[in-house]
Design a protein around this ligand. Structure first.
Ligand code: BDR
Ligand code: CA
Length: 316
């Protein structure tokens, strides 16, 4: 086990809502969120992305139950705003969490994701951080339907986008590619955004020997390593020496800003390009003359990230 990156139970916690599409790395992001002891997770909302809306909801419930996290889960959009659903079956398998056996037939709760987001934000006396780790469909719909909730948002720390090379197309990262119209709404919303994209997450790698370290941590370590066993296959096939745990880096960046290096820049989302739909066009040099709207992660402190992750898993 690495050094102790866990903060004491009584330190001030950051209120967050995590919007996810589990997904192996979403599942590990949830472990970090609950194990880090730095976040007050007010609820989880789910969205179709890596897998169908039904699977994403069921998978979130299953993971939360496996880590004994008692939190509301609200099921969200079953498809992007305008486009057909494009899942990530090649990485996450048919169920979205292949490699883990998950009980079927979870029904949705009373509130939809958008209802949960709007009611929680409206009622809150303090500002809340949103952490989307899937397509931005729920967040965009909530912003359009209830624009007043934007005032209650501290910031959006999202996993998505890339300034360099994409992973679904040479131009686009999966979460933005899956629902570019939603992403455009969010990036144009005026809410402070931290974009944890592939420029950073492709350096947030966990290597095979580290997966073995994680496996030894205990019951949740074995669960995380089991997820990584399946999830690593797709990355190995793509020539990666380690596996990027994209979504967990977004969670880490909420409570430990030093885990990533960011640059403040204008980000626009391409929705029409024949070859470039879903691209996050990042203007690092200010050539557009537009006001910056996002802190864009450009680098990661990998050791620090891994330390946080292992420490969090060890307390679950
Ligand atoms: C993102 O796409 C999904 O496959 C992962 O869960 C992550 O959120 C990486 O591009
Ligand atoms: Ca995800």
């Amino acid at each position: 086990m690495r050094g102790n990156g866990v903060y004491p139970e009584n330190s001030e916690k950051i209120p967050v809502i995590i919007d996810c599409d589990p997904g192996h790395d979403d599942a590990i992001a949830l472990m970090l969120a609950f194990g880090c002891r730095r976040l007050d997770v007010l609820g989880i909302t789910t969205v179709a992305g890596n897998t169908t809306g039904e699977n994403a909801y069921r998978n979130a419930l299953a993971i939360l139950s496996l880590i004994s996290a008692d939190v509301s889960v609200a099921r969200g959009a079953d498809s992007p705003i305008l486009r057909p659903l494009h899942t990530s079956r090649d990485v996450h398998g048919e169920s979205g969490l292949d490699g883990l056996s998950v009980p079927p037939n979870a029904k949705g709760g009373d509130l939809s994701a958008v209802e949960f987001l709007s009611s929680t934000l409206r009622r809150s006396e303090t500002k809340i951080t949103l952490v989307p780790t899937g397509p931005l469909t729920n967040i965009a719909i909530a912003f359009l339907a209830f624009p007043d909730i934007k005032e209650k948002i501290e910031r959006v720390v999202l996993m998505g986008g890339v300034a360099g090379q994409g992973n679904v197309t040479p131009s686009a990262e999966f979460n933005i590619f899956a629902d570019p119209e939603a992403a455009r709404v969010v990036f144009q919303s005026g809410v402070p955004i931290t974009m944890i994209g592939l420029d950073a997450t492709h350096k947030a790698l966990v290597y095979p020997e580290e997966v073995e370290e994680i496996r030894k941590i205990g019951r949740v370590g074995a669960l995380a390593a089991g997820l990584l066993d399946f999830y690593s296959l797709a990355y190995k096939a793509r020539g990666f020496k380690g596996t990027p745990i994209h979504d967990a880096l977004a969670v880490a960046a909420v409570f430990d800003e030093g885990v990533v290096k960011t640059e403040y820049a204008r980000v626009d989302v391409e929705i029409r390009g024949e070859f470039t739909a879903g691209r996050t066009v990042v203007d690092f040099r200010g050539v557009t003359g537009k006001e910056p709207n996002a802190k864009v992660a450009v680098d990661v402190d990998r050791d620090r990230f891994l330390n946080l992750l292992m420490s969090a898993i060890s307390v679950l």
